[in-house]
Design a protein around this ligand. Structure first.
Ligand code: AMP
Length: 446
């Protein structure tokens, strides 16, 4: 049973819960409906305690960041992320057609149908790779279908951003499902995420056309051996063009394995496809790569592959993003996807003590000719002396203790003109606070 707000099936007064759609290792997925628009969604519910216990915080944070990065017709879209003290809710595009796997389980697909899914898979993978995102767990179970039978790549739980590459440019976590993973992933030598995904796409193509796996053995070591040598046999109904393409994809050597670009040039692949806007443009790539930096904020991490390359500052390891999530007003993580200079509520982490934060705020208020009032529950209220457009400007500042040496400070407008407030925040408050700010929430570290 999941905990619902107000003992009804309503989540945050926004979504109505429905039946259970499926279950993963750490999550349950429910059908949902937006109360405002009636739109169908899927709500993935993750128990925070479970991921904290098994140390999957970084992976989940990566999942949030990655899904925000990749918007493509064949990639399952993440609409928003919400959290309560105990659970995280991913509100996702609803894939009415369920798992592609269910279709294959009933038997092999016709060549044209298999090709259509393969085309959609490759365009989605190309798109993700162009954004530095590697799925790393591509398999039919992670391929869903919408109501029109279009493919939606889901489950970025194991995906990694390009930033988690080590100095040698290779990924270093062994993950994925054995039957679909590339030989170099199994050999744990470090691998190129793009080439590993291409291998998995080859296995998927084989499964769609054959109705069974290319590498299979009841003995796991024997199966690994077969994968390592790309030892598979095509059934007699595979056309020669497919056999040739598969031999280029299921190449055990990642350096000679075919690239996505070359797959897209393949005549069998291109059949029946509008290829004019197939590949992702460079301008597009650059735009989103910039976003990736702001979305994936290494300041909030303690450990894990994502911090390998960027994190130079010493971090307190008893402090994580979920502490902050739990403390945030409304527990709404959509701020991760909103430009910071337009937000009415900003947060920063300070390493100063609470009294010194209060003293600093009082000093700033004096300079800005704002009156300081203390409210109940540790909230400071700063109020303008004059009435402006839309009434007197009033700002609430709340200080939360995360650990004895870390405080989260939340600054928000409680009344007055939004434009006046944003101007004051940007031009006066934020620069004046710099001295006591260790890190602004959701902003890149310089
Ligand atoms: P996951 O934890 O993402 O692997 O999801 C577990 C299962 O829930 C999947 O295998 C699907 O059967 C189902 N599921 C996940 N996401 C969706 C979705 N957006 N729409 C419909 N079913 C879904």
């Amino acid at each position: 049973m999941i905990t619902m707000e107000n003992k009804t099936n309503i989540l945050m007064q926004r979504y109505e819960f429905g039946r259970l759609l499926g279950q993963g290792n750490f999550a349950k997925v429910y059908y949902g409906r937006s109360l405002a628009t009636g739109q169908s969604v899927a709500i993935k519910v993750i128990d925070k305690e479970k991921i904290l216990k098994v140390g999957l915080i970084n992976q989940t944070k990566r999942e949030i960041s990655v899904m925000g990065l990749v918007k493509h017709p064949n990639v399952l879209q993440l609409y928003e992320v919400m959290a309560t003290k105990t659970k995280i809710y991913f509100v996702l595009e609803y894939a009415k057609g369920g798992e592609l796997f269910n279709k294959v389980a009933k038997g092999r697909l016709k060549e044209d149908i298999a090709r259509k899914y393969f085309q959609q898979l490759i365009t989605a993978v190309d798109f993700c790779h162009s954004r530095g995102v590697y799925h790393r767990d591509l398999k039919p179970e992670n391929l869903l279908l919408d109501e029109n039978g279009n493919l939606k790549v889901s489950d970025f739980g194991l995906s990694a951003l390009a930033e988690s590459k080590r100095q040698d440019g290779l990924l270093h976590t062994t993950c994925g499902t054995p039957a679909y993973v590339a030989p170099e992933v199994i050999s744990r030598k470090g691998y190129d995420g793009a080439k590993a995904d291409i291998w998995s796409c080859g296995v998927i193509l084989f499964v769609l056309l054959a109705g069974y796996l290319p590498f299979h053995d009841s003995n796991l070591m024997e199966m690994y051996r077969k994968i390592g040598k790309a030892e598979y046999k095509c059934p007699n109904w595979f056309p020669p063009e497919v056999r040739k393409l598969l031999s280029r994809i299921l190449d055990p050597n990642p350096y000679t394995r075919i690239s996505v670009a070359k797959i897209m040039d393949n005549p069998w692949f291109r059949k029946g496809m509008d290829c004019t806007h197939l590949r992702t443009s460079v301008e597009d790539k650059e735009k989103v790569t910039l976003n990736a930096d702001t979305l994936f904020d290494p300041k909030q991490s303690c450990s894990g592959p994502s911090t390998d390359t960027k994190l130079k500052v010493t971090k307190p390891c008893n402090f994580n993003a979920f502490d902050i999530i739990s403390l945030s007003t409304g527990f709404d993580l959509s701020g991760l996807f909103v430009r910071n200079d337009q937000k009415e509520e900003v947060q920063f982490i300070s390493k100063n003590s609470a009294p010194s934060i209060i003293t600093k705020i009082e000093d700033i208020a004096k300079c800005l000719r704002l009156k300081v009032m203390k409210k109940e529950g540790g909230v400071l209220k700063l109020e303008g002396l004059n009435e402006c457009r839309n009434g007197t400007l009033s700002i609430d500042i709340e200080i939360f203790e995360i650990t004895s040496s870390f405080h989260l400070v939340e600054v928000r407008k409680s009344s007055g003109d939004p434009l006046d407030y944003l101007k004051m925040l940007k031009q006066n408050l934020k620069p004046a606070l710099t001295e006591i700010v260790w890190a602004w929430q959701g902003e890149q570290q310089h």
